[in-house]
Design a protein around this ligand. Structure first.
Ligand code: PNS
Length: 174
């Protein structure tokens, strides 16, 4: 019996916004684990573009109809949330060597905090190795095309968000 297939895995992050790179990791996660819980961090130090509620709604929209993907929020320690959510695995995407140091530190710290929770790294398709939420926001804000980088629901929200902020600026920062 493949016990891993019975396991729920957490995919935590800021998802501000979710990108096609994240979607690729969720797909890969679903090929290994029973359920993927996309866990959005509340109260991050970062100043997000989208509220947590907007991110939850968008991600639920993206995965509507997929009963094996759940969207939730968490605050406090990730490993404590993993325990509460009944997940023994944390999935993180590794795009490049530059991701490695931060991810390695987090994985080892989380292991120290709770040795029963294992971190699994997954690599997205090569075509997403340069995609990040930060760059998507920057490119969109400056008028670049992001339709290949994010799901349509996210592009729509980006458009609405920047319109709300007085239209898409043409060069200057926010
Ligand atoms: O998408 P991100 O911003 O890279 O995700 C980072 C995240 C949410 C996974 C990380 O900041 C996190 O787990 N924060 C929760 C607080 C915590 O458990 N900190 C100790 C981790 S070593």
């Amino acid at each position: 019996m493949n016990r891993r297939r019975d396991t729920a895995a957490l995919f935590p992050g800021s998802f501000d916004p979710i990108t096609n790179g994240h979607l690729d990791i969720v797909e890969r996660g679903l090929s290994v684990f029973r359920e993927i819980v996309i866990a959005i961090l509340v109260n991050s130090d970062k100043r997000p573009l989208f509220t947590v509620e907007e991110r939850v709604r968008t991600i639920r929209q993206v995965f509507r109809g997929n009963k094996r993907v759940r969207v939730d929020t968490f605050s406090g320690l990730l490993v404590d949330y993993a325990e509460r959510a009944g997940a023994s695995v944390i999935i993180r995407g590794l795009r490049a060597i530059s991701d490695f140091e931060y991810e390695f530190q987090m994985a080892l710290m989380n292991r120290r905090l709770n040795p029963k929770v294992e971190t699994v790294f997954m690599m997205p398709a090569e075509s997403y190795t340069y995609v990040s939420s930060r760059l998507v926001k920057e490119v969109f804000r400056l008028g670049g095309r992001v339709s290949d980088l994010v799901p349509p629901a996210v592009e729509k929200r980006l458009r609405a968000k920047y319109k709300l902020r007085g239209g898409r600026p043409t060069g200057e920062s926010e």
